[in-house]
Design a protein around this ligand. Structure first.
Ligand code: SF4
Length: 211
């Protein structure tokens, strides 16, 4: 496949990983298989524009941002994703992040790219969606993110991290509060109290009113 279905491309600060704060060229692919309650990109569920991989690679290459992120929607659903990811990685020399919701086969992310994989918590309404086999597909460079709506989610995520020894399987574990649902200071205090082996992650782009 030499095309992918694109919702939008844009440049913003990377906001949801240990690369947060760096300028990033985003490629948002269209379509998603989940229906998270707090989804802030519902528009990405609609069909987008079929776009040649070569055109996207040229856009990434010509932008000065040091990072590129392929996100969605759910990018791993698209047959053209592997070709796009390989081409961005091999032909632009930029650091490539791939954001995925955890329900699809993580091995589709090529070597050299960094997966930022969600494990959906019960508060998302998609708490059963995580593909457990993906734990065995994590590489040392990858990151795992839990977006937390409340204390039930927090306790669920903490148990998941500890039971699966998640910190030994990847580069970083991230706990991120649902914007406007869980106060980041409250979450920070829980994490300090429990000495959680995860990083608080604050969705920098949203704090700054950016997309
Ligand atoms: S996986 Fe992401 S894009 Fe899909 S519904 Fe959930 S938050 Fe929205």
């Amino acid at each position: 496949m030499n095309t992918v279905n694109v919702c939008e491309t844009f440049v913003s600060l990377q906001g949801e990983s240990s690369y947060a704060g760096l300028p990033c060229f985003f490629i948002r692919l269209a379509g998603c298989n989940l229906h998270c309650r707090y989804c802030d990109t519902a528009y990405a569920r609609a069909p987008g524009r079929e776009t040649p991989v070569a055109e996207l690679v040229a856009r990434v290459r010509s932008d000065r941002a040091p990072l590129c992120e392929i996100t969605g929607g759910e990018p791993l659903l698209q047959p053209g994703f592997p070709a796009l990811a390989r081409a961005v990685k091999d032909e632009t020399g930029k650091t490539l992040l791939v954001e995925t919701n955890g329900s699809c086969d993580l091995s589709l992310v090529p070597e050299g790219a960094i997966a930022v994989m969600d494990v959906k918590c019960p508060g998302s309404g998609e708490g059963e969606s995580f593909a457990m086999a993906n734990l065995g597909r994590l590489r040392p460079c990858d990151e795992v993110k839990f977006v937390l709506a409340d204390e039930t989610d927090y306790r669920w995520a903490l148990e998941f991290v500890e039971k699966r020894r998640l910190t030994s399987l990847c580069h970083a574990v991230l706990f991120s509060p649902v914007h406007s649902a869980l106060d980041a200071r409250v979450l920070a205090n829980w994490m300090l109290r429990d000495r959680v082996p995860a990083r608080l992650q604050l969705q920098w782009h949203r704090q700054l009113g950016m997309r």
